[in-house]
Design a binder for this molecule. Sequence first.
Ligand SMILES: NC(=O)C1=CN([C@@H]2O[C@H](COP(=O)(O)OP(=O)(O)OC[C@H]3O[C@@H](n4cnc5c(N)ncnc54)[C@H](O)[C@@H]3O)[C@@H](O)[C@H]2O)C=CC1
Length: 393
Amino acid sequence: MSVNPRLIKESFALVEPVAAQAAAYFYGRLFAESPHLRGMFPPALDVQRDRLFGALTRIVWSLDSPDGLAAYLGQLGRDHRKYGVLAEHYTAVGNALLATVRRFAAEIWTSEIEAAWVAAYTAAANIMIDAAESDSGVSPAWWLAEVIDHDRRTEDIAVLTLRPAQPLPFTAGQYVNVQTARWPRVWRTFSIANAPRADNTISLHVRAVPGGWVSTALVRHTRIGDTLMLGPPMGTMAPPAGDRDILAVAGGTGLAPLKAIVEDVIASGRRPNIHLLFGARRERELYDLPDLARLESSWPWLRVLPVVSDEPGYAGMRGSLPDVMGRFHSWGEHVAYVCGPPAMVEEAVRRLRADGVPLSRIHHDTLRPEPPCGEPREPRPAYSRCPSPAPGR
Ligand SMILES: NC(=O)C1=CN([C@@H]2O[C@H](COP(=O)(O)OP(=O)(O)OC[C@H]3O[C@@H](n4cnc5c(N)ncnc54)[C@H](O)[C@@H]3O)[C@@H](O)[C@H]2O)C=CC1
């Protein structure tokens, strides 16, 4: 049975506009048929639904690029180890998925479309299962990490330094899923804000999003000595291979992976010119400026340019990051890294394309901000100083 991307895309196009309904139906089917799987998921499924559809959409639209897709599925399979996912769970998920697309694409459904979905899901599940199995021989499913520093830079932003109990191999630009003891089975992604260090510690830049369970717990309720859980490092943003000059455009805590990339370039011994535009809405939210200024004073080929968008009295460079980019000479020959709020990333990428930078030289991984999560069902968070060792989703 071969995968037929056209049939899958055509049928998925009918599911996408009703994604929320389809995701609710999917989880309803899954838990009705396999109630024992419910315990692997957090009490509130809203973020999970978005993630499911995000992953599914990416998979469907990548069916024509098998190499990139296989790399993504491999990462996904390894990452799912932290939820306690086993090979046999894939059958239950596959059945629920098939029932969902069959229902929401009913008006065009045929046996050929069904065969195409079965073939695609089987191939994808096999890649994920194989990746998880080979990973289990060399790497833990998740890491415990002690908080060794908690630096509250503003009311809402903290820089956390963590010491994982076991080595955590990663490349600059990657991110990890994080779970706090306060919210078991609720995982959120944060970029690692440093290049690999000899002491195996990592830093995270976290803004407490209103209503965001994990980000709020990390900024307001986490102390030195607490333990967090980390998933395996993921993401395709990586340091540049060549010697081209670099433009890095960082919006708010989107600075994290770009600081890691800059540190990596410094550690590599290469000396391209780097322009790092670091944007915030207000001056006081330029939370990492003293550290960036220290880096800049050590490396004359690094220019750090703070930009403030929403404070008319600010004495330095003012405006939105995409607008400020346009005030310089052309970036056409640069390699560009962009990270921050999704709308900012989208606009910056559009301007770079218009400036002649090919997509192959524009790097961005869109980590969505933590969405607000309604009220938890439990009256109080299940809090303990040390997270439950049974990982879940
Ligand atoms: N914490 C982390 O590890 C990472 C965070 N991110 C993302 O970075 C973002 C950071 O958010 P905040 O710190 O709250 O940033 P923010 O909302 O305070 O904005 C930071 C900068 O982006 C600009 N900006 C915001 N919206 C814009 C728009 N629509 N058009 C043009 N410019 C815009 C602002 O003017 C400011 O310069 C979040 O979306 C987060 O998910 C991405 C990767 C890693």
